[in-house]
Design a protein around this ligand. Structure first.
Ligand code: ADP
Ligand code: MG
Length: 390
């Protein structure tokens, strides 16, 4: 079942009479569809409105304006329990005095009318949900006898037991340690694919969102910045915020300019630019976008190399860099090119990994980047043609 957010806005009114108390636009004109059976990663920094958006889908919050549809049904005015959603939060919120079985069964206890289930049916449902999250052996235990990861599985089973049409997860992995986080996110993906439930997964962790989402909605200050598959958001960021939010190590940002169809990082000419006018720019280069070249266009001061098994990083300095250091990722074989005690390091850039942004707005500048060398060759060729003509 598709989830449609139709121009949803949520404004929290100012509190009290203090002068500095202002209303908060927590969600600003959210307008997108989560297609049936997809896992949507809702990604952005703390305070950007992710929980607000999720809580409007669940019905815990009512939008200030706009409408929400589940399939053809307008659910905007429906209470949470009328929407058929399962929810999982950061803190597992299990009942400590109840067994795992009873915790999972709890949402089924109060079903009324034709939804009411017999004891047998309830047992079957609990066992099915427990099996799905691999905790069928733990049903007799109390929550305090479980690890954090197991507790979160119980919470997920409890969300699934009513066979919801929609699964909503709000930073469900934040309380887990690093290894469990990795494992549990894969579990969530598996469960989502097995059940085919349309799912919204809220996180501030770009790696988490990238690894399990069918598509990502990147938010900042209540507004959607970009909606796309993880790979496309990474390869083709809509603006500087998105470029900087996704990727680890983060993208390298530089002050630069376009002058006479040449792109400069600082004073280094690094590429030819077609179809963009002369202007100051911010240049983003992904860490994997550097090529070690003795005659390379970009000249940095060498700080150190870091070897992490498969890859090598060069940490260097450039006056035009907006980050404290420039970090490039190369293959360990490249290390052999480097001389010992090398003071400077030169790079060519992989132009697919280079993005230009307007300094003020951060908007992406659509520009066709070409290698400098090619430009030089073409000039020589043109000169030859002219000479021959003469
Ligand atoms: P996120 O989940 O992305 O961290 P939230 O959706 O919780 O962000 O919050 C978005 C913004 O709305 C924040 O500025 C937050 O302070 C504000 N906010 C959230 N809930 C309320 C509320 N009940 N009353 C007033 N402001 C709120
Ligand atoms: Mg939140």
């Amino acid at each position: 079942m598709d989830i449609v957010l139709d121009h949803i806005t949520k404004i929290f009114p100012a509190r009290g009479r203090k002068k500095n108390s202002r209303e908060v636009v927590a969600a600003d004109d959210l307008n997108f569809t989560i297609s049936n059976g997809k896992l949507c990663g809702l990604l952005g920094p703390s305070g950007c409105g992710k929980s607000t958006a999720l809580n409007m889908i669940s019905g815990l919050l009512k939008p200030t304006s706009g409408e929400i549809f589940f399939g053809d049904q307008n659910v905007t005015e429906l209470e949470p329990q009328e929407r058929g959603v399962g929810m999982v939060f950061q803190n597992y919120a299990l009942y400590p005095h109840m067994s795992v079985f009873d915790n999972i069964c709890f949402p089924l206890e109060n079903l009324k009318g034709d939804q009411k289930l017999s004891e047998e049916e309830r047992k079957a449902r609990v066992e099915e949900a427990a099996r799905l999250v691999h905790i069928e052996d733990l049903l007799e235990r109390k929550p305090k006898e479980l690890s954090g990861g197991q507790q979160q599985r119980v919470a997920i089973a409890r969300a699934l037991v009513k066979l919801p049409k929609v699964l909503l997860l709000d930073e469900p992995l934040s309380n887990l340690d690093a290894r469990l986080r990795l494992q549990t996110r894969e579990e969530i993906r598996r469960i989502q694919q097995e059940t085919g439930i349309t799912t919204v997964f809220v996180t501030h962790d770009q790696d988490e969102a990238m690894s399990i989402s069918d598509f990502i909605v990147v938010m900042k200050e209540g507004r959607v910045q970009q909606i796309d598959t993880p790979q496309k958001v990474y390869d083709n960021p809509a603006n500087q915020f998105v470029a900087q939010f996704l990727g680890l190590p983060p993208i390298n940002m530089f002050h630069g300019k376009i002058e006479n169809q040449i792109l400069y990082i600082g004073e280094n000419p690094v590429a030819r630019v077609l179809s963009a006018s002369d202007q100051p720019v911010h240049v983003g280069v992904r860490p994997e976008g550097f090529l070690l070249k003795e005659e390379g266009a970009l000249c940095d001061r060498m700080i150190r190399t870091e070897i992490t098994g498969r890859d090598m990083s060069i940490v260097s300095e450039n006056e035009a860099s907006m980050n404290p250091v420039v970090r490039s990722i190369l293959s360990a074989e490249d290390l052999q090119i480097l001389a010992e005690n090398q003071q400077e390091v030169h790079f060519d850039l992989k132009l697919k990994k280079v993005f230009l942004f307007e300094p003020e707005s951060g908007n992406r500048i659509a520009a066709d980047l070409q290698p400098l060398q090619k430009a030089a060759e073409e000039i020589v060729e043109a000169a030859i043609v002219l000479e021959e003509a003469a």
